[in-house]
Design a protein around this ligand. Structure first.
Ligand SMILES: Cc1ncc(COP(=O)(O)O)c(C=O)c1O
Length: 377
């Protein structure tokens, strides 16, 4: 890919974001192969490019959306292709997994009878008032120890409150369909999943004992991407999840997941270009034409540490790589190992940049952001 990327950059200009759709298919197929019981609802927030939605839809994926716009993006796309009964169809294809939704959003999605998550009593009242056609999924707080992005501090009901929340939902006449969790993004502590599944199992048993069946267990996202060789293998995690699901849940419980980065992170690379070079306090600063307000936004929002490679060799030293805006915050890294003799016009290569990158890019300082090209779509 590295060689091809430079050719494409010469052809299309920089910064250039190259999406390899075969890699997305491979990731989806690996997920299905290792977790055959689990239906993947791709978390659109990771990268909402319409071509990615199309590739994953063609593979058989469902979708996890976080906002009305994401909901409609997916709904409009898939309703071109499917003419099935909408109620059954939409739960099969879309989950609205943002636990907090404004009342306008709830009112607008009411007509689609959606599947939505919640984690508190006020949200339930809102759902009842503005979207009483919804099926609801209670999101539980679970351990997110060691994950790159923690979720538990903002989302999830305490397991001890589950009984009361489920009773409230049932009293309001809502359809309580499932339980969900998120172990934190880029989760490399596989015990988090095992503990979460056991917490969910306790709530399933308690709810069933009191006469209500839970039909869906949603194991969220967090599936780790092999950014480097220290990341434990997905196959090992899958073995843990398969064994626990087999042990804890009857065959008629549907297991779904919301993988985001796992599907797309490895499927894109970025070619950026050096537009300025300076020595500051003795260190080389390469100023490039992309930065943390743009494709490298994951450095801020995703706690991501990107790696840079040059396209030519040379004696390396520790360099800073900084973005093009006038903001001193726009520093991508202060410790890239790069040849010291790179020049203005040379390009840099960054892989594994498909998730939480262009999705959260801005137009700060008037920069457009990277051009996008597709391979194998
Ligand atoms: C509710 C929910 N589901 C799924 C995801 C996707 O997580 P990941 O990219 O770790 O798979 C996120 C990420 O923020 C999320 O908030």
């Amino acid at each position: 890919m590295k060689e091809t990327s430079l050719k494409l950059a010469r052809e299309h200009g920089t910064p250039l974001f190259i999406i390899d759709h075969q890699r997305i298919r491979d990731n989806y197929r690996a997920f299905k192969k290792h977790l055959p019981r689990v239906q993947a609802y791709y978390a659109v927030k990771a990268n909402s490019h319409p071509e990615i939605i199309r590739t994953l839809f063609d593979e058989g994926a469902s979708f996890d959306v976080a906002s009305y716009n994401e909901f409609m993006q997916v709904y409009d796309y898939i309703s071109h292709f499917e003419e099935k009964d909408k109620e059954f169809y939409i739960w099969d294809k879309i989950i609205f997994s943002n636990t907090i939704k404004d009342t306008a959003t709830l009112s607008k999605i009411r007509r689609y009878k959606p599947l939505v998550t919640f984690d508190n009593a006020d949200e339930l009242k809102k759902i009842k008032a503005h979207c009483d056609t919804a099926g609801v999924v209670l999101r539980l707080r679970v351990p997110d120890v060691g994950s790159q992005v923690e979720m538990g501090s903002k989302f999830g009901a305490e397991p001890g409150d589950a009984r009361q929340l489920i009773d409230q939902a049932l009293d309001l006449g809502l359809v309580v369909e499932g339980l969900s969790f998120h172990v934190g993004s880029q989760c490399t502590t596989f015990d988090n999943y095992a503990v979460a599944l056991s917490i969910v199992h306790n709530v399933v048993c308690d709810t069933e004992k009191r006469g209500h069946k839970i039909n869906i267990v949603d194991i969220g996202g967090g599936f780790p991407v092999p950014y480097d060789s220290r990341v434990p293998q997905f196959a090992r995690l899958a073995a843990v999840i398969n064994a626990e699901c087999e042990r804890l849940f009857e065959d008629d419980v549907e297991i779904i997941a919301e993988p985001g980065r796992f599907m797309v992170a490895t499927a894109a690379v970025l070619v950026s270009e050096i537009i300025g070079k300076a020595r500051r306090d003795g260190k080389i600063f390469y100023h490039i034409n992309d930065g943390v307000y743009h494709t490298f936004s994951g450095v801020v929002f995703d706690h991501w540490v990107p790696e840079f490679e040059a396209y030519r060799t040379g004696a390396a030293e520790v360099c800073a790589v900084v973005g093009p805006t006038c903001d001193s915050f726009d520093k991508v890294t202060l410790s890239a190992q790069l040849p010291a003799d790179l020049e203005i016009g040379d390009c840099l290569y960054t892989e594994n940049i498909g998730a939480y990158s262009i999705a959260s890019s801005t137009r700060f300082n008037g920069f457009d952001g990277a051009r996008i090209v597709h391979l194998n779509n």
